[in-house]
Structures are given as C-alpha cells and as structure tokens.
Write a protein that binds this ligand. Structure first.
Ligand code: KIV
Length: 296
C-alpha cells in the first residue's frame, strides 16, 4: 500500500513540473501492462461502455459493472493510482447516492479515488464524498455523460461565455476539495489558463500540451479501432492489424491442421487401466485396455 502512487504523489508531480501519465484500463491484464510500463494513474473509465460494451455512449454503464471492472484493474495494478469512474446517474440523483456509490468503488472495487463529471453544481456532492475520506477527481469540458445536453461529443469552451464557465467551474471544484481535474475537449489556451490558475493537477485529453498530465483511452492509443480517428488521439500502435493478423493465422493453422503440432501437445507414459466393477466406464475385466491421457 505504501509503495502505491497516491493523490499526494500526483500533486507533487505538478509542483515539481513532472507530467502525470494516466491511461484507462478495464481488466487486470491491461492494468498489469500499464502498471509495469510506468503509469502514474489508471482510470477505470466509463468509456468502457463504448470500447468494451460497444454502446454509442457511456450512459448505460451501471454501478455493478464499474465495481466489477475496478476490482479487476486493482488486481493488476501494483503501483499506479487507480481511479474509479462514477457512472451516469450514480451521483446526480442525490448526495446520499453519490457518497454511497463512491464508497462502493473504493470498498468493493478497490479504487483509491473516484472521478465524476460536472462543475459547480456538484460542489456540495464533492465536499461530502471528500468528507467521507474518498478523494475526488473532477472532470470538465466535454463531459460524455452530458452527450444529449451538448448535442454530441463536441469540443467545449470555444466561445467567451462557455470558456468563462469552465474556468470558474475549475476554481469551484478545487475549492470543493477535488485533488485533480480531467480537462476534456477544450481549447489548449483555456486548459493552459486553468492549469496556471489552480494548484491541483490538470490531466488533459484533447486539451493541448499545457496540462499537468495526459490521459488517453487505452484502446485508442493502442489503435484497436481503425475507424476511430479523432484529432486528439495519437495511435502508438496498430493493434487492430496485429490482433487480426494473429487471429487469421491461427484460424488458417487450425483449418490446415498445422496447429496443434507435437510441440504443442501433451505426451504421457502409457497408462494401463484395467476395468473393474467400480469402473463401469472402462472395458470389462476380460478386456484389458491401455489408455493414454495423463499429462507428463
Ligand atoms: O471514461 C473515460 O475513459 C474518461 C476519460 C476519457 C477521461 O472519462
């Protein structure tokens, strides 16, 4: 526990000017890889509704699903700080629900902090979650749970009025007790101004280079979907091609009977099995048979 990166480590990274690296993960295998690659934080994002479940928004993700994925990720991440995302309608309906559900992500999912979307209107909610000793990461700008209100996944804060609103929301969230903020889909000048103004770290996604850290959805940075090419994503691998190629080769080997070969098969010493009344499955006493099968 003491070796883990915590909210104080992340805040120190801002103070010393070292960029924070965050990435999403939804299972233990990916979490282990990103942890070993040096992630400071792993976000169990409700983006899983889109990249894992195949929905066109994050709105259908449930609390039970988030708890399940958080628990898987925390089993894989030994060092990185794990942030659990509060899904749609798990915190908007009441402060009571918000505290209870934040508690579930920590107590059942093993997350070390939680994230929620929204501005000043959630200040009281954030205060209460923080009072329950659960650190909160805020999320401003393009907030996917407000997709219908925004009229799609649209860059926010491009005009004076909305930029001002996001700026004052950032200050309100710091005041409410957030330990860090995700800034998503906003102009880089606005992200830069917020980052300079507040003392807690900003972690950007589609918010330019001046944030204190960056986060990407892991399936995006790994190039798992060749049809998804938003401006803010850099693909660091083309795993769609690699995975598809590997699968095609496997299927072709199976069809041609090239796999499995002897090297991938178990061998055994001959096992002499004698049938008896207790082993009706086997041949009768008068009909001894040698069977093979015990792995050696
Ligand atoms: O759900 C998610 O993955 C997120 C990131 C895009 C910040 O909220």
């Amino acid at each position: 526990m003491n070796d883990k990166i915590n909210i104080h480590t992340l805040q120190r990274l801002k103070r010393i000017g070292q960029k924070i690296c965050m990435v999403t993960a939804y299972d233990a295998t990916f979490a282990r890889i990103f942890d070993q690659a040096g992630a400071d934080a792993i976000l169990v994002g409700d983006s899983l509704g889109m990249v894992v479940q195949g929905h066109d928004s994050t709105l259908r993700v449930t609390m039970d699903q988030m708890v399940y994925h958080c628990a898987a990720v925390t089993r894989g991440a030994k060092q990185a700080h794990v942030v659990g995302d509060l899904p749609f309608m798990s915190y908007q309906s009441s402060i009571h629900d918000a505290v209870k559900n934040a508690g579930r992500l920590v107590a059942e999912g093993g997350a070390a902090s939680v994230k929620l979307e929204g501005g000043e209107e959630f200040a009281k909610t954030i205060e209460q979650i923080v009072r329950a000793s659960i650190p909160v990461m805020g999320h401003l700008g393009l907030t996917p749970q407000s997709v219908h209100k925004m009229g799609g996944f649209v860059v926010q804060g491009r005009d004076e009025q909305t930029a001002q609103r996001i700026f004052s929301d950032a200050m309100a969230l710091e005041q409410a007790g957030c330990y860090a903020l995700v800034l998503e889909g906003i102009p880089l000048a606005l992200a830069s101004a917020i980052t300079k103004k507040i003392s807690i770290p900003t972690i950007g996604i589609g918010a330019g280079p001046h944030c204190d850290g960056q986060v990407l959805v892991c399936y995006d940075l790994l190039g798992m979907n060749p049809d998804f090419k938003p401006k803010f994503v850099k693909k660091y691998a083309s795993l769609y091609d690699g995975i598809r190629q590997a699968a095609e080769t496997f299927f072709s080997d199976v069809r041609s009977e090239a796999f499995p070969d002897e090297a991938h098969s178990f061998k055994s010493k001959p096992i002499r099995a004698v049938a008896s009344k207790d082993n009706p499955e086997l041949p009768s006493e008068h009909n001894e048979k040698t069977v093979y099968g015990a792995p050696v």
